[in-house]
Design a protein around this ligand. Structure first.
Ligand code: 5AD
Ligand code: SF4
Length: 477
């Protein structure tokens, strides 16, 4: 219990004992009894982390301040992910931990936000009794009202999905920020209906945010010293916003260019691209602007056309390989990464081999790799038996990981001797004598510190060594 005005030193000490990332200790961690405090943990995709910053902003307006000390807080929130069963299990475990805190400090409110909130709705409140508040991804504006209801002795629930909500006017409160890189959410929801994916059900229909509000957010971040923004959406290539005044419409290539023009020193990244939608226009804009990073996350999911059809990805192996060719033709120094699912319904060994062969063909710099996890309510759950035994799924996944590790190692080894422009993000994880930063291709490079360089500076770094995960380098004067 930290309700006796703990000093910053005390908090720092406690902070060092803590495992896991929440957010940076700041002024907000001075306990001031005039404020209420919230603690938030985020799981899942970057969009969830970005949403937590919107939630933080809404709570700040209602007189709440963020804290890293869950035991100190009046409100404990968990922003949840439903994409795989494992993510949901993690949340359940965390809720038991929060419940203990709550028993030590009666009155503490516990809330479930995000995708799982939407999926499980009333079950949390009625059956689990662990939570007071359940708020879906489109209902965060309602948080102040819901909190009032909870304080009045009721439960607070709003999981209504919207066709319009983009939180365009809300300026996110940056949590866990290095002051250099920030996410900007450009759209919400997804209309694609990949058969394995729960996102269209938990996050609702796709809608694009006002381009000018995106631009204003990018400008504001740059003025506050940020040097990198990542434009976020489930499928950024289908971004489309119509200016109600002029009737003109802005597509993703146009938006990318608008943000790139904020300043040549503001790096622009984006995620996620969909192979069926990524256009040559986008690739040409990437090639034309030095500050649009030469990196595309282009999830393939499977390398086999029959499986891709079952997954309802609406492209086949040939189409995907053609897009990969276009990327390397238009942006020769581009790095491409992927998401890959092992053991989707009815996948044969030969079809799995097609996924393995895709990795060196596409020459992914890295991939996020999963085995298939059936999600209730999805098209696949309704149509196809989850018939690949877990051991087979795991073995196939391991084969995918092994090949990707080799390809990543080669990809990184090929960088030895090259000099890259690197944006310094802070101290390396292992040593305060080293900086870490990324190059345009999104590869992390670790290199010895040298004055006068500091976090947020661009430096030239020569790569001297490489593992499958990281480049090691030295500053070039
Ligand atoms: N099982 C396994 N992986 C999944 N993904 C999405 N749904 C599932 C599922 N049911 C993966 C996809 C997606 C990434 C975010 O998560 O690869 O691109
Ligand atoms: Fe899910 Fe497919 Fe939409 Fe990605 S594009 S969120 S995998 S439905």
């Amino acid at each position: 219990m930290y309700n006796d005005n703990p000093t910053l030193d005390k908090l720092k000490q406690l902070d060092e004992q803590k495992q896991g990332e929440v957010f940076e200790l700041s002024e907000a961690d001075f306990y001031d009894p005039n404020y209420k405090y919230f603690y938030i943990e985020s799981y899942g995709c970057q969009m969830n982390f970005s949403d937590s910053e919107i939630v933080a902003s809404i709570l700040a307006e209602s007189g709440y301040r963020p804290t890293r000390q869950m035991e100190l807080s009046d409100l404990i929130l968990i922003n949840t992910c439903s994409i795989r069963e494992k993510a949901e299990e993690t949340v359940r475990k965390r809720l038991r931990v929060f419940d203990k805190v709550k028993r030590n400090k009666p009155g503490t409110m516990v809330g479930v936000l995000g995708c799982m909130a939407e999926r499980l709705k009333k079950k949390w409140l009625e059956e689990e009794k662990l939570v007071d508040l359940v708020v879906g991804p489109d209902a965060y504006r309602d948080l102040p009202n819901l909190l009032n209801e909870v304080e009045g002795g009721d439960k607070g629930i709003n999981v209504i999905l919207s066709r319009e909500e983009t939180y365009a006017d809300i300026s996110p409160l940056r949590l866990d920020s290095n002051g250099v890189s920030a996410f900007i959410s450009i759209m919400r929801g997804c209309d694609n209906m990949c058969s394995f994916c729960v996102v269209p059900f938990t996050r609702g229909r796709e809608r694009s945010r006002n381009a000018f509000s995106i631009l204003a957010e990018a400008n504001d971040l740059f003025e506050r010293g940020y040097r990198e923004v990542t434009l976020l959406g489930q499928n950024v290539d289908s971004y489309k916003w119509e200016n109600p005044e002029s009737g003109e419409s802005v597509n993703f290539a146009m938006l990318l260019e608008m943000v790139a023009k904020v300043d040549p020193d503001l790096r622009v990244r984006f995620s996620t691209s969909h192979p069926k939608d990524i256009t040559d226009e986008v690739l040409h804009k990437m090639a034309a602007y030095e500050n649009i990073c030469k990196y595309i996350h282009l999830p393939v999911q499977s390398g086999n056309s029959r499986i891709l059809e079952l997954m309802n990805r609406t492209y086949d192996r040939q189409w995907y390989l053609e897009r990969i060719d276009a990327i390397y033709r238009i942006i020769p120094d581009c790095a491409v990464s992927s998401d890959i699912i092992a053991g989707f319904c009815s996948e044969t060994e030969e079809e799995h081999q097609d996924t393995l062969s895709m990795i060196p063909l596409a020459n992914y710099s890295m991939s996020y790799m999963f085995f298939y996890s059936e999600r209730p309510g999805t098209l696949a759950a309704r149509k196809y038996p989850d018939d690949i035994p877990t051991e087979v799924k795991k073995r196939r996944l391991q084969e995918i990981i092994d090949i990707q590790t080799q390809v990543s190692f080669k990809h990184n080894q090929a960088d030895i001797g090259k000099v890259f422009k690197v944006l310094i993000e802070g101290d390396s994880r292992k040593s305060t004598d080293d900086f870490k930063g990324r190059n345009s291709q999104n590869k992390m490079i670790v290199f010895p510190k040298q004055s006068p360089y500091k976090t947020g500076d661009y430096v030239q770094v020569r790569v001297t060594d490489a593992t499958s995960a990281t480049l090691i380098g030295e500053l070039v004067s």
